[in-house]
Design a binder for this molecule. Structure first.
Ligand SMILES: C[S@@+](CC[C@H](N)C(=O)[O-])C[C@H]1O[C@@H](n2cnc3c(N)ncnc32)[C@H](O)[C@@H]1O
Length: 380
C-alpha cells in the first residue's frame, strides 16, 4: 500500500512481500481516487532479501515471505503494526507471538488438471506444478508425488479438480480428499479408500474431524499458541459460549476452566464431531447446529460467562454486533484471521465492550496472514 505523488491511494499486489523502502516497477490502473496494480520488477532490493528456499516461490499463490528468509517474522510484525495503526489508531497495545521454526501446514489444497498436479497461481487458475511443498509437514510434502503417480496411473479418479492432502497431529498418516468428499489413506502400497476421521492430539485435548473439513492449518502450533494465550488471560468462569465452534477446539483447550459449554456451529458434521470430542474429553456440552447470527439472543449470558467468537474471514455481521451489545456476559473474546475485518468488528463492539488485550499470533508462517485475538470486557 502506498500513495501517488498527487496523494491517491495505491494498492499494489506483489508476488513476494516488499520490505519498506524497496523501489519497484508495477503495472498500475489509475482510477479517480486510487490506483491498483501488480509489481512486475524490483528496482532496488533490501539487503535482507534472500534466495527463496522454495523453487516455486513467487509463482505459486501460497507463500509470499520466502525471500524474507530469517527476517520474515520481523517483516510480518511490521505489516501487522502498520495494519493495526491504520485500523485502530495510535496507542493500542498488542502482543506479537511469532511462529516456531517447526510450524508446518497439516493441510494443503492442490489442483489436478488431468496431466499436472500443483498449486494455482495467485488470483488465477493457471497451474504451477509442484513435486514437494517445503511449507507443509514432511509426510504431506512426500505424498505429493505419490498422489500425482496415482492420478496419472488412474489408480484414483482422474477427473480434473481440487484435492486436499491432510495429516493429523502428530503428522504421520496422510489423507487425500477429492472435490466430492471421497477420501483415501496413503499406505506403503498406495492409496486405500478411507472411512477414518483425522485426529489430533493437542495439549491435553484429542480432537477428530472428517477429512476435508475445516481445522487449523498448523494444529500443534495453533493449539499451543491459543492455549497459552487464553490461560495467560485467566479465562474461566460459568458458561463458555463457543460460537463458530467447529469441532470444539476452544472448548477442549479451555477444558474444565468452565463449568459448562455451549458450542454453536453451522456445519452438521462438525457439530457431531464436537459432541464426540468433548464427551470423550469428559467435558459435557450443549452442541448446536445453527447460524450464530440467528442464534445469539438478546442478553446472552451472565457476568461470569465468556462469549468466544471465531467467525470465518468475513467477520461478524453488523446485526450480530448489535445483539452482542445487549449481552449479559462479562467477557468477550474475538478471534479473526482477516486483520481488516477483525479491526472493523473490534471498533463496532467497542461502544459496549472495552478492549483490554490484543494479541496477534503468527499461525500462518511464510504468508502475510495472521490470527488476531481480542479480550474485551463489558463496559459498566
Ligand atoms: C474460523 S472457523 C473456526 C472453527 C473453530 N473455532 C476452530 O478453531 O477450529 C469458523 C467456523 O464457523 C463455521 N461457520 C461459518 N459460518 C457460520 C455461521 N453463520 N454460523 C455458525 N457457524 C458458522 C464454519 O463451519 C467453521 O467451522
Amino acid at each position: 500500500m502506498g500513495r501517488s505523488a498527487d496523494g491517491r491511494l495505491l494498492l499494489l499486489e506483489a508476488p513476494l512481500a516488499l520490505f519498506p523502502g524497496e523501489i519497484v516497477e508495477a503495472d498500475v490502473i489509475w482510477k479517480t481516487r486510487h490506483g491498483e496494480g501488480r509489481v512486475t520488477r524490483w528496482v532496488t532490493r533490501d539487503p535482507r532479501r534472500t534466495r527463496a528456499a522454495c523453487p516455486v516461490a513467487g509463482n505459486c499463490g501460497g507463500c509470499d515471505l520466502w525471500e524474507a528468509g530469517s527476517h520474515a517474522p520481523e517483516l510480518k510484525r511490521l505489516m501487522v503494526a502498520d495494519l493495526l495503526h491504520r485500523q485502530l489508531g495510535d496507542g493500542v497495545a498488542w502482543s506479537w507471538h511469532p511462529a516456531p521454526e517447526s510450524a508446518r501446514r497439516h493441510r494443503i489444497q492442490l489442483h489436478w488438471d488431468g496431466t499436472d498436479l500443483g498449486y494455482f497461481r495467485r488470483h488465477s487458475h493457471a497451474l504451477v506444478p509442484v513435486t514437494a511443498c517445503p511449507a507443509a509437514a514432511d509426510p504431506l510434502s512426500e505424498a505429493i508425488p505419490r498422489l500425482h503417480e496415482a492420478l496419472a496411473g488412474r489408480a484414483l479418479p482422474t477427473r480434473p479438480g481440487r484435492w486436499e492432502l491432510a495429516t493429523g497431529s502428530p503428522a504421520q498418516v496422510v489423507w487425500a480428499t477429492d472435490e466430492r468428499g471421497r477420501t483415501w489413506l496413503l499406505e506403503p502400497d498406495g492409496w486405500h479408500p478411507n472411512t477414518e476421521p483425522i485426529c489430533h492430539r493437542l495439549c491435553e485435548a484429542s480432537l477428530c474431524h472428517e477429512p476435508g473439513a475445516f481445522f487449523q492449518v498448523s494444529p500443534p502450533w495453533a493449539a499451543e499458541a491459543f492455549a497459552s494465550l487464553l490461560r495467560s488471560w485467566d479465562l474461566k468462569g460459568g458458561t463458555l459460549f463457543d460460537l463458530y465452534g467447529g469441532v470444539g477446539l476452544f472448548s477442549a483447550l479451555l477444558g474444565d476452566r468452565f463449568q459448562q459449554r455451549v458450542l454453536v456451529e453451522s456445519g452438521m458434521a462438525a457439530v457431531a464431531w464436537a459432541r464426540r470430542n468433548l464427551e470423550s474429553a469428559g467435558l459435557p456440552s450443549e452442541c448446536l447446529v445453527a447460524d450464530v447470527a440467528a442464534w445469539v439472543p438478546e442478553g446472552l449470558g451472565e457476568p461470569g460467562d465468556v462469549i468466544l467468537l471465531d467467525p470465518p474471514r468475513a467477520g461478524l455481521e453488523p446485526a450480530l454486533c448489535d445483539r452482542l451489545a445487549t449481552a449479559g456476559a462479562g467477557t468477550l473474546v474475538l478471534v479473526g484471521c482477516d486483520g481488516a475485518a477483525f479491526c472493523r468488528d473490534v471498533k463496532r463492539l467497542s461502544a459496549n465492550w472495552n478492549l483490554e488485550q490484543l494479541a496477534v499470533l503468527d499461525l500462518f508462517p511464510l504468508t502475510s496472514h495472521v490470527e488476531c485475538v481480542a479480550l474485551m470486557r463489558r463496559r459498566p
